[in-house]
Design a protein around this ligand. Structure first.
Ligand SMILES: Cc1cc2nc3c(=O)[nH]c(=O)nc-3n(C[C@H](O)[C@H](O)[C@H](O)COP(=O)(O)O)c2cc1C
Length: 176
């Protein structure tokens, strides 16, 4: 049994939706050979409204550490940890940078995804790689234009290719 953790931070729900889709596609493709758990990382700082937005941009640009709620799952207990972040100021959200740095150093395999309005995936993935101390086995950038949040189903083919890449690396015999 290959144990997979999908972990993400989301301020406005886009990354949460992609995380849900990734978890369901991984389950569908892996069938009885995989178990998939999902966990949302909680940033204890107020991030709502315009002040929350401005503080978020500043904290991301300064690469500030976040105060996060201690996560339930332990990444080292999983064969694969799939980590998702929104792009903030061309880098990863502080909650995810902090989670990677504190909890993912001993993860066996990591995969990264990000959501963004336009660009910044490279900076986000570099920050996550540095914080985990590990290269991802696959990474997936998703652009969701503000105000044009289509049905998440539109992203299924991309998410499926990402899931296949990760399962090929972690699940002996895949695609079977
Ligand atoms: C503080 C802040 C900074 C952002 N910076 C960027 C950026 O540099 N590049 C970009 O493409 N989108 C940027 N965005 C847009 C978000 O990445 C995008 O809306 C994302 O999908 C939101 O995910 P969420 O709903 O999971 O929070 C920024 C959003 C916020 C709140």
């Amino acid at each position: 049994m290959v144990k997979i953790l999908v972990v993400f931070y989301s301020r406005t729900g886009v990354t949460r939706s992609i995380a849900g889709l990734a978890a369901s596609v991984l389950k569908e493709l892996g069938g009885e050979s995989v178990s998939v758990e999902t966990e949302e990382i909680i940033d204890l700082k107020e991030r709502s409204g315009i002040l929350g937005y401005l503080g978020a941009g500043r904290d991301a640009a300064l690469k500030a550490e976040a105060r996060i709620k201690p996560p339930r799952a332990k990444p080292e207990d999983f064969d694969l940890v799939v980590i998702g972040t929104p792009v903030w100021a061309f880098t990863a959200a502080p909650a995810i940078r902090t989670f990677c740095d504190r909890h993912c150093r001993n993860a066996r395999n990591v995969g990264f995804f990000c959501t963004m309005g336009g660009s910044g995936d490279r900076g986000a993935f570099e920050a996550m790689e540095a914080a985990c101390g590990k290269k991802p086995i696959a990474s997936l950038p998703i652009v969701v234009k503000p105000g044009r949040v289509e049905s998440m189903e539109a992203y299924r083919p991309k998410v499926r290719r990402f899931a296949e890449q990760m399962l090929k690396a972690c699940l002996p015999g895949f695609p079977g």
